[in-house]
Every structure is written in C-alpha cells, then in structure tokens.
Write a protein that binds this ligand. Structure first.
Ligand code: GAP
Length: 443
C-alpha cells in the first residue's frame, strides 16, 4: 500500500484533500492522471451497462436528498455503525475497528451513530430546511422509477444505471481511498418480476466478475462472500459481496444485492393495492405508485437486483493489479503499471529526440495533434529531451506506447514506437501510426 500511495502522489494520481490547511480526514482529490484513470473506469462501466445492454437506461440524479426519501428507505433508522470511545487515548472508533493498542476495559459501551451527512437547503437553518447528502445513489433511482418508465415505455425486466457521489460520515476512514467519507458509486438497479429475482441475481454476479476480469482484476484475486442473514442490510434477501485482495487485506469491492420489492414498495403510495412482499412502513407522503400493471390489470412491485461498486475501491484494485516492479538485464529495475490500454490515463506519449530542434519538435507536435483527434483519450507531447527518463515516467504511469520522433523521421516519415510491457522498439510509418495506436488502445 505504501508504494501505491507514494506512486499516486509522486505522479499525480491522488492527493490528500485540503492538504495546504492540514487536510480533511477521509477525503481525497484525484490529480491529472487520477481523473483520467477514474473517468476511464467509469466509462468502461457505463459502456458495459448502458451501451452494451438494450434494456438499461442511464440517470444522473441529485445528491441533495429530501429527508422523506431516507426516512422511507429505512436509512434514518438503520444506516448506523456501532461507535465506541477509548477512555485512555480519547479517540473514537467503529466497534469492529478498534486498534490493538486500546484495551477492552478502556472502551465505552457501543452506541449507534448515523452515517448520513446533513446540510441545509435555502437561507434558513432550521429543522424544516435540512436535507441529506445521499449515502447511496440508489434511492434516487427508485424515486425516479415512474419517471423513467413513463418516458421510455420500459417493461420488465429493465435496469437504471447511475454513477455519482455518495457521502458517509465513516467513524474511522482508513486504508487510503478504500474507506472514505466522500466517494463515487457505480450502481445498477435491475427491475424484474417477482420470482425471476434469484436467477437474475446469479446472472449479475457472473456478469460482474467477468467485467472486473476485463478491467484487469482477475478471479484469482477475488473471493465471493455470501453475506449471512445476520449481516444483511435491512432491504436485502441475499447479497453476494465480491471481495478483493487489497494490499491491506481481503475486503468488499462490490456488493450484489437482491433488494426484493422493499425499496419501490416503501416509496409507493396506495401500498395496500400492490401486493408488496416485503415488510414496509406505511407511506403517508408519496404521491406516486411505483409499480407496473400486468396484462390482467394487477399491480406488481418489481424486485430489484443491485450490483453496486465503489469507484475508489475499483481504482485501488485496478492500480494494485497493474503495479509491477521488474528487474531488468542491466542490474536496473523499473516500476511499470500494466494497465489495460483502454484504462491508461495517457494513451500515448509523443517524444521529440531533441527538444530544441525545430523540425523534430514541429513534426512531433503534428503527430500528437493527429493522434489526439482519434478520440482515444489523452495523448501527451513530452518535450523533456531525455528519452530514457521519459520512458521511465511513462512506464510508471502506464502509458501503453511511446512514440519517438528522430532525425530519421524527418527523412523517411517513420517513427520509433516502444511498447510499455515488452519494451520492444520498432519502426512504424507515420501514415500507419493512427491505425497502429488505435489497435493498441482498443485491443
Ligand atoms: N446501494 C447499495 C450500497 O450502497 P454498500 O455495500 O453500502 O451498498 C456499495 O456500498 C459499494 O460502495 C461498496 O461495495 C464499496 O465499493 C463502496 N463503498 C461503500 N462505502 C464506502 C466508503 N466509505 N468508501 C469507499 N467506498 C465505499
């Protein structure tokens, strides 16, 4: 973990947030490379959900949330962690995360602490003006269920996908970006007929494992955890957690829950007409029936299968898998990030051999501009004048290909391309460079 943290800071992936004022615990900023990698992970998820399936719609809902949403979702009552104080060191911990140095006899009895952040909406700070920052993106998918059905004419089964920020006032944020107070989730709520939920749940577990593998997180680094009943969230009938071997230990990367008809049932008006299977509180405030009508006229509240992944945890797992320290023939070593090319923050670096040679620099800029137009992601013009140093930097940040423009390039319009993983260098004609780079990034 220390090596990853150092790399992230050194190369501009992740910084401690608010650092110049002493930081703010449990929040991080993503730097120039971090934002690229994060965007690429989110895009890969969005492609695989919204673009590659014909039955999934996208959504981008608000972070500020009406307290009624989180009252009926059950979060006001149950979204808590047990907290204890250590009378010896004066610090506060989540009950299951007390460090060894604190003795059992020094700990207070656990009390429940609600993890939701509150804020005020509008100029008055009173009990009527408060709102929550959403603790999961899912709830606004449920509250928009009817909007999406009405505007897209969807019939079951179908899903709504969303990527966005979530906020939790974690008692003990820890392990770099693994457990933070502000993070992003990639969540799908997939609505099915009651009775189809169990098969569909199994299917989504398999689909999600395949997706992680495609992002460079293989099955060998993963364990599945069938969450026991006592640990299930209040809405869940069954949850399978995808557990990843993080540098600090095996922990949850993504949860895939069968949320039954709890959420739509809880947020619905006229619940008595809907044959809701789960136990929900009486809703006196909703103005919408979150159900679909069957051909025989009966109302059905769909069951929901929810794959929910944290972007930060995905980022950490992908980075950890890609990180390699390699010994080279000449008694040297290199750090190389063997990221999938699609995910690499920089897709190619164009490097002039001589930083002050006008003709070489001019050609390098032209090559960079042409490659940038391909829409593959960020292409960098790297004018350090030191090829060896540039290669080391781009190995470390995972750039799949470096392109060197030299004197020969001026004569015969060809360039040297260097492959990140094999370090093999070859000559490619400039006219075929676009195809070459496209193949490399898309493969
Ligand atoms: N909508 C379901 C839900 O929110 P969750 O298991 O509480 O379920 C889903 O969260 C995912 O969000 C987790 O698998 C994890 O990847 C991520 N996550 C949760 N809390 C987090 C935190 N404090 N910091 C970073 N990621 C977090």
């Amino acid at each position: 973990m220390d090596e990853l943290v150092a790399l992230c800071k050194r190369r501009g992936f992740i910084y401690q947030s608010n650092d110049i004022y002493g930081g703010l615990q449990g929040v991080y900023d993503f730097g120039p490379l971090g934002v690229e990698l994060k965007n690429n992970i989110k895009q890969a998820w969005w492609d695989s959900m919204v673009y590659e399936n014909d039955d999934i719609e996208g959504l981008d809902s608000s972070i500020l949330t009406n307290p009624l949403v989180l009252k009926y979702s059950g979060h006001e009552d149950t979204f808590t962690d047990p907290m204890v104080d250590c009378k010896s060191c004066g610090l506060r911990f989540r009950e299951d995360q007390v460090p060894d140095k604190c003795k059992k006899e020094d700990l207070t009895e656990p009390r429940q602490f609600n993890l939701m952040f509150k804020t005020n909406v509008g100029p008055l700070e009173d009990d009527d003006s408060f709102a929550y920052l959403r603790p999961e993106t899912a709830q606004q998918i449920f509250t928009n269920f009817k909007n999406v059905v009405d505007s897209t004419s969807r019939a079951l089964p179908f899903g709504i996908a969303q990527i966005g920020k979530a906020f939790r006032n974690e008692i003990t944020p820890r392990n770099f970006i693994f457990r933070v107070r502000e993070f992003e989730q990639m969540e799908l709520e997939y609505f099915v007929k009651p009775g189809m939920d169990e098969v569909c749940h199994d299917l989504w577990v398999q689909k999600r494992l395949k997706w992680w593998d495609e992002q460079g997180v293989p099955m060998e680094s993963i364990e599945l955890y069938d969450v026991p009943n006592v640990e299930l969230a209040h809405y869940s009938k069954k949850t399978i957690d995808i557990m990843y071997k993080f540098p600090h230990g095996i922990e949850e990367l993504e949860g895939i829950a069968n949320r039954t008809d709890f959420d739509l049932g809880s947020h619905s008006k006229k619940q008595e007409d809907l044959n809701i299977k789960s136990k929900v509180a009486k809703n006196k405030d909703s103005n919408s029936k979150l159900a679909v009508q069957e051909d025989d006229g009966k109302w059905v509240v769909p069951f929901v299968i929810e794959p929910s992944a944290g972007v930060e945890r995905g980022f950490l797992a992908i980075l950890n898998e890609a990180y390699n320290q390699e010994e080279l023939d000449d008694n040297k070593s290199r750090i190389v990030l063997k990221l999938k090319s699609r995910l690499a923050p920089v897709k190619a670096a164009v490097i002039p051999l001589k930083k002050n040679n006008e003709a070489i620099v001019g050609l390098a800029k032209n090559v960079k501009n042409e490659l940038q137009k391909l829409g593959l992601g960020r292409i960098i013009f790297e004018n350090t004048g030191n090829i060896g140093k540039s290669y080391r930097k781009h190995d470390e940040i995972g750039t799949p290909v470096c392109i060197t423009i030299d004197f020969e390039s001026l004569e015969n319009k060809s360039v040297t391309v260097r492959d990140r993983d094999s370090m093999i260098q070859s000559r490619v004609d400039i006219k075929s460079l676009s195809d070459f780079v496209t193949d490399k990034i898309r493969s």
